[in-house]
Design a protein around this ligand. Structure first.
Ligand code: SAM
Ligand code: SF4
Length: 328
């Protein structure tokens, strides 16, 4: 089905990012401040029934891809039940998950059975000490166990998202490449974005992926490639294998003119853009007893608010939300 949701700039919206929590069991320094506790109160979390209702409405409006994210989605209790419910909604034919994989080993089976096909796992380093530094004390072996469990359960593709940072992990791109090649994972590099105070201070470690691409192209025989997934990454592949690497370049080469997504945060607010404040709160409307038809009209109105582009480059101070709040 073609998307019936179109924004004021003619972009079709067919992708929803659903944040099921703003909490996390890690504290990546570019994402969440150390000791941060100012989380959304549980009474404001959309319930599973409310989430199912909103996603159902998006499905009727032509959205067919839903990515579950957070915060760390695996800290939300009953996620397996939610994914199974969402996987059965008419129109939703692509259910995927973004996770730090710390708790993935024990959730992998139920998520796979619940219809999650594709996984994105954040992993910035293969060095245990460095991992602990980046993530505020995380244990690398748990992530590796989670990845191996996911591989054994048959998730495909599994994409490793690595935030490329000067002086932090820029000596590890080739090692991560080899790790991904060995396990059949896709490697994607991400540029740091000035989301919230944490993201802004991480701009000191910003590395343009144009440089990373040049470095890897000199070392490996890479050719342009495509990869299904609905996202903004630009891909290359090894000439003699299926190994793919993607580059997500919100800063050096923004992709706003093809942006096809909106985000639903745990408190039921629709955010139209990662870098802008345009939003549409749905929670109170849902709790006031609106009909499904009214809900669809509100979603259409919300999508119309989508701004033309982010302004990370020109006005970085304007992005006040941390990535974990909106659902990266
Ligand atoms: N907790 C899950 C995870 O880490 O994959 C899902 C949510 S996390 C907010 C989603 C993605 O946002 C991760 O890949 C993370 O690396 C990325 N991220 C967070 N803050 C960022 C920033 N300031 N710049 C670029 N990427 C960021
Ligand atoms: Fe947590 Fe993901 Fe943010 Fe790291 S990037 S602090 S794992 S939400």
């Amino acid at each position: 089905m073609n998307p019936t949701l179109t924004d004021a700039f003619g972009r079709g919206i067919e992708y929803l990012r659903l944040s099921v929590t703003d909490r996390c069991d890690l504290r990546c320094f570019y994402c969440m401040p150390e000791g941060f506790k100012d989380f959304e109160t549980p009474a404001h979390w959309l319930t599973f029934d409310e989430i199912e209702r909103v996603i159902g409405a998006f499905g009727r409006l032509g959205v067919r891809r839903v990515r579950i994210t957070g915060g760390e989605p695996l800290v939300r209790k009953g996620l397996g039940e939610l994914t199974a419910r969402l996987g059965q909604l008419p129109g939703i034919d692509d259910l995927s998950l973004s996770t730090n994989a710390v708790q993935l080993a024990r959730h992998a089976r139920v998520l796979r059975q619940g219809g999650v096909q594709r996984l994105n796992v954040s992993l910035d380093t293969l060095d245990a000490e460095r991992f602990a530094q980046i993530t505020g004390g995380g244990k690398l072996h748990k992530v590796i166990d989670g990845l191996m469990a996911a591989k054994a359960e048959g998730f495909f593709p599994i994409k490793i998202n690595m935030v490329a940072m000067k002086g932090v992990n820029d000596d590890e791109f080739e090692a991560m490449f080899e790790f991904c090649r060995q396990h059949g994972f896709t490697l994607r590099f991400i540029e740091t974005m000035p989301m919230g105070s944490t993201g802004r201070s991480a701009q000191g470690q910003y590395l343009s992926l144009q440089t990373v691409k040049e470095r890897l192209t000199q070392r490996y025989a890479l050719v342009p490639a495509v990869m299904d997934g609905g996202g903004p990454a630009r891909y290359m592949k090894l000439a003699d294998s299926e190994m793919r690497i993607g580059f997500i370049t919100p800063m050096s080469q923004h992709f706003c003119d093809t942006c096809n997504r909106v985000r639903l945060s745990v408190d039921g607010t629709l955010y139209m853009c990662l870098g802008q404040e345009h939003n549409y709160p749905l929670r109170e409307l849902l709790r006031s007893g609106i009909s499904d038809a009214e809900l669809e009209q509100h979603i259409i109105k919300a999508v119309n608010l989508k701004p033309e582009r982010h302004e990370f480059g020109d006005k970085p101070e304007q992005s006040i939300r941390f990535m974990s709040m909106t659902g990266g």
